[in-house]
Every structure is written in structure tokens, then in C-alpha cells.
Design a protein around this ligand. Sequence first.
Ligand code: F6P
Length: 548
Amino acid sequence: MALQTINPTTTEAWKKLQEHFITVQTKHLKDLFSEHPERVEDMSIKWEDFFVDYSKNRITSTTKAHLIELANEVQLKDAMAKYFGGDVINQTEGREVLHTALRNPEGAEVIVNGINVMPEIFEVKLKIKNFSDQIIDGTLTGHSGKPFTDVVNIGIGGSDLGPAMVVDALSYYQNHLTPHFVSNVDGDHVNEVIKNLNPETTLFVIVSKTFTTQETLSNANTIREWFLSHAPQNAISQHFVAVSTNIEKVKAFGIDEQNIFPMWNWVGGRFSLWSAVGLSISLSVGYENYDALLLGAHKMDQHFRTEPFESNIPVITGLLSVWYNNFFNSESEAIIPYSQYLNQFATYLQQGIMESNGKGIDRNGDKIDYQTGTIIWGEPGTNSQHAFFQLIHQGTKLIPAEFIGFAKSLHGNQDHQDKLMSNFFAQTEALMNGKTEDTVISELKAQGHSQETIEKLTPFKVFDGNRPTTTILINKLTPESLGKLIAMYEHRIFVQGIVWNIFSYDQFGVELGKQLANTILEELNAENVINNHDESTQSLIDHYNSLK
Ligand code: F6P
């Protein structure tokens, strides 16, 4: 069944939110706290090892109630049943959206075209397990009999960002295999990676859902050529495996059928790390940890499916995003993990969030006249405090920020951990409370400044505060908690897409550039260049040709 096509701005809840916004926008968070003594109790969610505190947001209980009304009016519950139930909710591509099935327990039933897909999923999971076990324990070796030392994932977008982020995030749990990721068609990328590799002990995992992506095929070809300059042709079968839906194209590339890990069209690229696309995760941290990641995601799926909206983490956080995006007109949101392990987290989420919800046509096919698609960016704290926090604290833009932290450090250095977490807590406190003029003046006085200097400096040192944050405090970074965290964002994407009445699971917006690049590539290599571009593009191409 198709998704509903309700324009959110026509709902009663939207109108209520618009009116209600007029009073909330002028309120300071400090006052919201003093007016509502049980605020933290009412605006936080404790679930498993997660503590989500959203009390430092510019909302009241009425805002929350209206936002939930909005979710009800756009029939979120009905949409969720379609999402998990395998309906063709990716209507523009005619596909189901079933990455959630990949993390279901064995024995679950998910029907696609009359067939339960769970047995196939578990068949592939077993193949992933057997293969990674044998590579890790050295049963499978390179062509000269030496055990593998390095694994190179060749893929881009969803076939790179998810595995790369997770492998990096779980590096504490890594085994002896050194992971590498080649994605960019920039030849310097692939050459930097292969220059230090030993072809005798390196495994290449080519990941491409379609097996037609220019970047991935170019890198795979370059690597194969390099490999064959060091190894015999028949060594390919020991060193190259592929993950794809396009079995024929993979075979044509020269990869043995037994070395193909299948995936399905009902798994979107940016949601595919739970499929065999996550093979390099399993190779890097072992199958058990990979499976724990999936278990975490499944637990979040269950929470999302069954928890009332009032205490449902993806629903509440997704609606908060709508509140800032559509009522405060916030231009972007920051995601700040206080863990160096999550260095690639925001980059990974950019594809998930922006490729999914960066849409300007609604589910009726009409042009949208309200804001969709939040812009996401971020870097780990505390580094980011020394980079862009100035703008979040004192700039002219309202940037809701999400702080993700872990109570326990993995290496157990408590001194560092306390310093890290004191910054984590201090930042959200500072963003909320700011610093008043009185405090600034008394501080300057205490430092012995003259009255004249105090008067001059004071305006620059005042912090208005009232900058909203959400804090997600998790016990420890484990494969399972990471799985929960990623799935939380996946479901948020869904919630927002439903509210905005858009199709979140296609990505036609990336096609035009690809098409034009193919045309220009042909022209760059043609004898007689056809001048078929605007003047700017043509002069850039001419300049390039004159230099190359
Ligand atoms: O650039 C868009 C995109 O289609 C992504 O959605 C996808 O993750 C990526 O390209 C890679 O595609 P493939 O896995 O088919 O190589």
C-alpha cells in the first residue's frame, strides 16, 4: 500500500505549532526550566544503555504535544507499519525499504513478492561468517599461502561510508587485519592506498550495489591491473570478492561466483551496512561483533515500532528537528560526538540524512513550499570546540546541536575521560545559560581592568545562551550500542520524510552530475572537441586541456 500524501502545513497541528511558536521563540531556556520543575524528568528518555536528555531544547510540554499531534495527523503509525511490513514505500523506484529485515532474528518473517526473505538473509549471513572466520584465522590465504594482513574495501557512497565509519568507530575491537577504504575516483586516492600494500597478503572487497558506479569500477580495474602485475591471473579468485545485486556484471569483471556476496534491491545503498556491504566490518572486528551491531539496530527497531511516541527516541528527536527546521527556520544541525572513534560519524550521516530528505517535490508530485532536508555537519569534541564552536555560541545563526557521549572510555584512562566528559557537559550548559552582562563585568573587574576597558569589552564577552542542544549519553561504545545509535538516525530520517510528505528512499538528485560528467569525459578524450557548454564551463575545460 502507498504512503499517505498529507501536506503537513495543512494539518491542524501545524497551525497550532505556528501560533504556539510566537510565544516560544521569545522564551529563554533558563525560564523554561524555572517554569517547569520536572522538565528533565518529562523531557528525557532512559532506554537500555541510552539516556537521551532533550530538556535543553526550546520547547514546552505544549510544543511536544503539538508535534506528536502532527505525527499523528500525517499518519506516522500507519507509515511505520508499511515501512516494516515490506510495502513498496520507495514508490518512485518501485521498491520496498527493508534494511530493518537484515537485523531481524532468525525465524522472523518478512514477505517480499510472496516470499519470506529471512532464510536468504541468513544464508548470506552464514556466508559472511564463514568467510570472515576463515580469513581471520588464516584458513583462507593469499595465492602464495601467506595469511592475509590487509583488507581493501572498494566502493563509494553507501558502499563505503557505512563500513568505513563503523570500522573506524570499532577500531578498539579490531583484529590483526589492517582495513583500507578506496572510494574517490581521484587516482591519487587509490595510489596512496596501494603503494604500501603487499599483493600477496591483501584481500580486495569490491562493493557496489549496481556494479555500474564509475568510481568503484575505475578503482577496481586499476587495482586489478596493479595486482596482476605482481601475481598470476588465477590468483584473482583468492584475492577478490564482491558484494552486489548485479551478479552478471560481477562475473563479467572476472570474480568467481562463489566469491560473490549477494544483496537485494530492497536495501538502499545508504542503509546497506547491515547487509553484505558490511563484509569489511565483519572482517575487521569479527563476525560476533558484526552481529552484535545488527542486534543493537534490531533493538532500536523494536523500540521505534512499539514505544509510544511520547517516549520514542527516533520520533521525539525527529520531530525536534522538524520544529527547528520549519518553525525556527534553522539552516543546519550540528552532530558532535565526544569520541574520537566517531570521527566519521557526521560524514556518514550526511549521506543518510541529506540524500534521503533533500527533496523538493512532495509525494503528490507537487513542488514543496516549506523547508525539508536538514543540513547536517559536525566533528568530534573536544576538537570541534577549538574549531567552529565560536559560531555556535556567539554567531547569528541558531544551530541546534546534538551531543553524543559515552560514560566509559574504552582504554580506561579515567583522567582523560573525566576531562573529556566535563567538556561534554560544560558545552551544553554554556550553550543554554550563556553568560550575562553582570557576570562579564564582575569578572573583568576581578581581573583588575579599568572602567573604560570594561565598558569596551563587555558586549563582546556576553553570551546570550538559549542555544538548544540534545544530549545522548550512552554507557559505552560497543558494537551493540553503535548499532542502536545508527538505527536511531535511520528511523529519524523516516519520521521526517513522512512528516515532510516526501519520498526519502530515492536519490535522483545525484544523477544529473553523473550524466554530464560522462559527456564531458568523452569530450576530454575526443580528437575534435564539440563546444557544447555554457561559456564558463567551456573556458574551464579549455584551461584544463591546455594544462594537462
Ligand atoms: O551517488 C549515489 C549512489 O547511488 C548512492 O546512493 C550509493 O550509495 C552510491 O551511489 C554507490 O552506488 P553503488 O553501491 O551501486 O556503487
